[in-house]
Design a protein around this ligand. Structure first.
Ligand code: PMV
Length: 321
């Protein structure tokens, strides 16, 4: 048996953040999260199962990963091998059209595309929930990128689920890129240090489910401003807990963008910031305000460029044999 498949997946930005894992095995989040899948940025991944000796080969953006860098990829591929009951080696080739490993959720789109391509290339006819569960085992945020629009991953759930379609809220996400290159502390390590060392870890774990419920309700009520306020609150609470453990993802430009977002609001333009495990800032605005907001954000000191993303589709297969 051999086969190949190519899948495309998009990153997502969590409006209510996942930060912290439940104790034990299996990579389960300690808090619920709700995200929007972003069209406009994409990962394209090809998986070929080959009848050859040796290790899996994982090439990201033209660079072959060392075994120590490919641990999560190989664990995911092992799960597919077990399910398909074969011993083939995988050749994985993946490309992002946005900066990798810098807090632009490349692990979300990367593991979502890898899970879908690996499953289908192995000839397994899994539904989206099962593919989401596989993606979650590698990166919990990747479980959400399997689905399009607004997506939730509950505590104790093994897969994510769609909460509302992409057109639920008229939304543009302006991704302010504030640095090139990989982040200093990966999200798994950042979460671990936060839960072990932050004096505010318990406060974060206690508050996150309430923020999540508020965002969910505001989204279903199509209340853009409430969604934005709560999303910014979630990101700031997450980072406050991390910063108190010495896990600081921000740079000077991150703060400059936060100031620009406040200035936009003071000037009457509803704009809200979200920040993941990196220095970039994702700014939520209405489509009618996107151009004005973009000019203000591009002028913030240290911003390298501003990418435009909108609510979009989940992971999809573009080729399979
Ligand atoms: O799934 P991971 O390990 O890439 O962690 C994601 C963590 C955040 O991006 C900061 C928050 C989130 O919910 O996506």
């Amino acid at each position: 048996m051999s086969g190949h498949a190519v899948a495309i997946a998009h990153p997502n930005v969590a409006l209510s953040k996942y930060w912290g894992k439940r104790p034990g095995e299996g990579n389960f989040p300690a808090v619920p999260s709700l995200s929007v899948t972003l069209a406009g940025l994409e990962t394209r991944t090809r998986v070929t199962w080959v009848d050859a000796a040796g290790d899996d080969r994982v090439v990201l953006g033209g660079r072959a990963l060392a075994a120590s860098e490919a641990v999560r990829h190989v664990a995911l591929l092992d799960a597919v091998r077990r399910a398909a009951d074969h011993r083939l080696r995988a050749h994985v080739e993946s490309h992002n059209d946005f900066p990798t490993a810098s807090g632009l959720a490349s692990s979300a789109s990367g593991f979502a595309a890898l899970a879908l391509a690996a499953v289908r290339a192995a000839g397994l006819d899994w539904d989206a929930s099962r593919v989401s569960d596989l993606a979650r085992s590698a990166s919990a945020s990747a479980a959400r990128s399997i689905f399009g629009g607004f997506v939730e991953l509950g505590v104790g759930d093994s897969s994510a689920r769609a909460v509302a379609p992409a057109n639920q809220l008229p939304l543009v996400v302006l991704v302010c890129v504030t640095a090139e290159g990989p982040k200093a502390v990966g999200s798994t390590e950042g979460m671990r240090r936060t839960l072990e060392q932050s004096p505010y870890a318990e406060a974060w774990l206690a508050r996150a489910p309430d923020i999540h419920a508020e965002i969910r309700a505001a989204l279903l009520a199509r209340d853009f401003e409430r969604v934005g306020e709560c999303a910014e609150g979630s990101a700031l609470a997450m980072h406050a807990s991390a910063i108190a453990a010495g896990v600081i993802y921000w740079n000077g430009a991150t703060l400059a963008v936060l100031s620009a977002v406040r200035a936009l609001r003071a000037g009457g333009t509803p704009a809200y910031a979200s920040i993941d495990a990196g220095p970039h800032v994702k700014v939520l605005v209405r489509p009618s305000d996107a151009e004005r907001a973009r000019s203000a954000l591009e002028a913030a000191t240290g911003v390298k460029r501003v990418l435009d993303a909108r609510p979009g589709d989940g992971a999809r297969l573009v080729e399979a044999k």
